[in-house]
Design a protein around this ligand. Sequence first.
Ligand code: NAP
Length: 268
Amino acid sequence: MAEQTIRIIVAGPRGKMGSETVRLIDETDGFELVAAVDSKNDGKQVADLEGLPSLEAPVYDDLENCLGAVQADVLIDFTNPESGRAHTEMALKNGISPVVGTSGFTEKDVEEFSRLSEESGKGAIIAPNFAPGAVLLMKFARMAAKFYQDVEIIEQHHDRKLDAPSGTAVKTAEMMAQVRESKQQGHPEEQETLEGARGAEVDGMHIHSVRLPGLVAHQEVIFGGESETLKIRHDSIHRKSFMSGVKLAVETVVGLDMLVYGLENILE
Ligand code: NAP
């Protein structure tokens, strides 16, 4: 029996990630773009938007109008924390499974989405990073954190990124904290002579955020031990690096009845 086509709405189709997602849908058998949500192009077709594949899918200026007009299985959101939060809630309340890459959600947000997912019986996937290589980096960092208490994270992104530190850096630190013996790093009497010099902190580990044009998404985790350092690094050099994870998430979410947070939980 032929597999059913997955009907998809994309929120943020003109964005860097959203436009790559539209191209992914266009190139994937079994995926169909049924609509897009873009506050600046209500009433147009996706084909009318500059740089996007010529797909005949209507554009709505908000998700509520869109859901009132089209039937869909999945909403993919790459917008900003505020819109992403509203879209994820609305999708779940309307029986649509969200696949969300938007970063900047709090733990409380994720708990609320999880509750809504359970209530509606619809799956949801939220991933701070859809690049399989970045997820492997997190796993390797977690393995290494059992052996090294001292570790710093340096994450680097393009200068249009709104949130800092990145969701991936926070998740990496949280995963290491699960196995690392807790420690406040640096000298006990350390003082910042310029505020912020030592970066953000999770369980005594420091996170440093670099923002520059030309970068995409990069992360290095540096461990220090007696007379040695260990560095683990991942570089997304194009947004295509995230698309295999987005594809897997869409294929997986339609068979779920709960929320999954993190690509690592569906990779294996
Ligand atoms: P971007 O290029 O700024 O794109 C965001 C797009 O969302 C813009 O086109 C914006 O439209 C649109 N938008 C904002 N609010 C909207 C709404 N209410 N309805 C519809 N569209 C709306 O940003 P990006 O680099 O693609 O990143 C988007 C998000 O994904 C960020 O949170 C980023 O951190 C995250 N991200 C995640 C991953 C991952 O693997 N999980 C990877 C990269 C980035 P306007 O132009 O009209 O404002």
